[in-house]
Design a protein around this ligand. Structure first.
Ligand code: NAD
Length: 279
């Protein structure tokens, strides 16, 4: 399941929607200078600009106070030209991540992490949903991977990937198991998986002997090794699975495309073209 062709189609659709809607704005906030985050953000901005979205990459000092950051978010919440706000995580220790995320207007929360949006997903009424899980669902749909009644196993329980993808799979009527760092005997679960989503951040968490024959495997991991970037799944798992996402070139490009789609959705909410279920 290659990411780039589908991501390109979605980005082209987004570009068309941006032309219809008029000027759209996306602002990202990066505190400090983590090199990997800088690369991800630059790709997001390149894609946004290509789709006609006015995007701004704000770099903030590592030692910014929480008060300053909250003030900036409040100004962006009020700015009419801004449709989407994304705070790059993780944040340095002086900043309370949960508090910072709560400060973002849920209508502009294109990362889908605000408790309102996370709660809507939990309730089965998704509003703004994190981009990576949306990208995974789009890849599975594009390859017509059956989800209804399927055994789906998610490894990882983060707020940005593991939990939201588990909810989306559940809403597609899969039977979902969430595994994590304390799961006893991972293979016992993964061998039952018709759909296996791996979001851990450690190479070879899943080896071919852990993969069910003919299954669909989604490798979310991005790990920098001496040999280059690798995922969480050993590449020869491809010999067992019917579908597998490569790393790089799988989920990563989809994440970017879905962030742009979320920005368009946020713009529609704010312009009253879509009803946002608040108040
Ligand atoms: P995280 O560190 O927040 O969560 C990792 C999860 O893995 C945790 O829930 C933990 O319980 C689980 N885990 C850790 N070790 C484990 C083990 N040995 N066995 C089973 N479970 C284990 O990470 P995250 O933000 O969810 O990201 C996961 C990976 O996905 C990272 O490599 C990250 O870089 C990558 N990622 C990629 C994209 C993309 O667009 N391709 C987007 C987001 C994250």
């Amino acid at each position: 399941m290659e990411g780039p062709p589908l991501a390109a189609r979605i980005r082209a659709e987004v570009a068309g929607e941006v032309r219809e809607l008029g000027a759209l704005g996306l602002v990202t906030l990066q505190v400090g200078e983590d090199p990997a985050s800088t690369i991800y953000l630059s790709r997001k901005h390149e894609a946004a600009q290509e789709a006609g979205i006015v995007s701004e990459d704000r770099k903030l000092p590592e030692d910014i106070s929480e008060e300053e950051l909250l003030e900036l978010i409040s100004a962006l919440n009020a700015a009419d030209a801004v449709d989407g706000i994304l705070v790059q995580l993780p944040l340095p220790p002086q900043l309370d991540e949960a508090r910072v995320i709560r400060a973002i207007d849920p209508l502009k929360d294109v990362d889908g992490l605000h408790p309102f949006n996370a709660g809507q997903l939990y309730l089965g009424r998704p509003t703004l949903v994190p981009a990576t899980p949306l990208g995974i669902m789009a890849l599975l749909a594009d390859h017509r991977v059956p989800l209804e009644g399927a055994e789906a196993v998610v490894i990882g329980r983060s707020d940005i990937v593991g939990k939201p993808i588990a909810h989306l799979l559940l809403q597609s009527n899969a039977t979902v198991t969430i595994c994590h760092s304390r799961t006893d005997d991972l293979a016992r679960h993964t061998l039952e998986a018709d759909v296996l989503v791996v979001a851990v951040g450690s190479p070879e968490v899943v080896t071919p002997d852990m993969v069910k024959q003919g299954s669909a495997v989604v490798d979310v991991g991005i790990n920098r090794t001496e040999g280059g970037i690798v995922g969480d799944v050993a590449p020869d798992a491809a010999d067992v699975a019917a579908f597998i996402t490569p790393v790089p070139g799988g989920v990563g490009p989809m994440t970017i495309a879905m962030l742009l789609r979320n920005t368009v959705k946020a713009a529609r909410y704010r312009r009253g073209l879509l009803a946002f279920p608040r108040g």
